[in-house]
Design a protein around this ligand. Sequence first.
Ligand code: ASP
Ligand code: MG
Length: 436
Amino acid sequence: MLPEGQHFLMNLNMIQIFKFGGASVKDASAVKNVASILKAYAQTPTIVVISAMGKTTNHLEKLVNAYFYKEGNAAALLEELKQVHLQILKELIPDTSHAVYNDFENVFVEMQWAIEDEPAFGYNQEYDQIVGLGEVLATKIISAYLNTQSISNTWIDARGIIQTDNTYREGKVDYDLSQTLVDTQLLPQFGSTKILITQGFIGGTSENFMTTLGREGSDYTAALLAYFSNAAHVTIWKDVPGVLNADPKYFKNTQKIDELTYQDAIELTYYGASVIHPKTIKPLQNKNIPLYVKSFLKPSESGTVIKDTDKRIGITSYIFKTEQILISIQPKDFSFIAEENLSSIFKQLSRFDVRVNMMQNSAISFSICVDHDEHKIPGLISELQNEYKVLYNAPVELMTIRNYDQNTINKLSENKLVLLEQRSRFTHQMVMKTEI
Ligand code: ASP
Ligand code: MG
């Protein structure tokens, strides 16, 4: 006979991954909804990846800036965060003698310590040690709550599973080491429970520092865990019915896309469609694991499936990015932009950790459209100015249309000044400014 606990191990090919983002755990009633989804849909071994609650990560970023750049009152921001979480915890687990209140205090003690001393490391490293705790906090609360609701589960520290190098804020995952840890530390936990609760977005280094995988990186964590555990599928539970052809924040009459190829999904996310993190697709595609994007409000609806199909999306999709800056870089002496210049420009971009959303070159100038990050761009520009004449225009918007036609382009550029335009067979991009 099998020893007790072996039961789930027999079904490891039935593992599924669920990912719940910030919006799906933003308050006590949202967490209760997560519990009802798990009750209904977590019948097979399930790894549940959870993000920080609501807008916690933004709040923690403010806190780090307050601490690091002395841009505000870090202690007050911390207290505010604590009260919001405490409120949610009390609503979920009214019994304040429950052990989770201890865990809760400990996370805040850790945060308190982090902001007490003067920064000892660079911004990115300090950032990760503080910002990543949002996920730790959320999972502590949710895991404890689920246990009180007879949804028995084990809390897993992702810092001991997802191993990265020390590229803070953009940790590069060590696949071999993480695979070993999944095999030896994570999967054996299914011997005693059917549900494992862990954090998205965070990892750990060999020196036991916390790293983050880049904003919105919880999707990526879900995909990595799917890859390492050979999961049957991944479901990302969202506040939209699935992958839409445009962001409802900017567009009316959006349409849901029922089925997407990995290729289309990766292109959409590459151009900035924020529905899933761009890094999510590769690990899934590599192991042919389907990804479902479903509504946590209407969990029985079909949502979108992203998988290996040869159906290309026919419908036009729109990706709109605001708060962009268009930078034009020219050699000071009117010489051509040549390979050596480009290579030195890209070195600076990578040094300042700036990702290019669109680029174009002409004889004597090279133009890039990038996110206008107030902490990165001024340094980049002043560095480039040592060697080049640098012109820039901000704020501008970047519109990407997949499966475009001329009518759509005309409509979307109405009353706008188009500063730069580029098209390939399926994709049209415009950098635009609102005319005044
Ligand atoms: N909490 C992190 C963020 O807001 C990670 C995530 O939500 O995926 O960026
Ligand atoms: Mg989020």
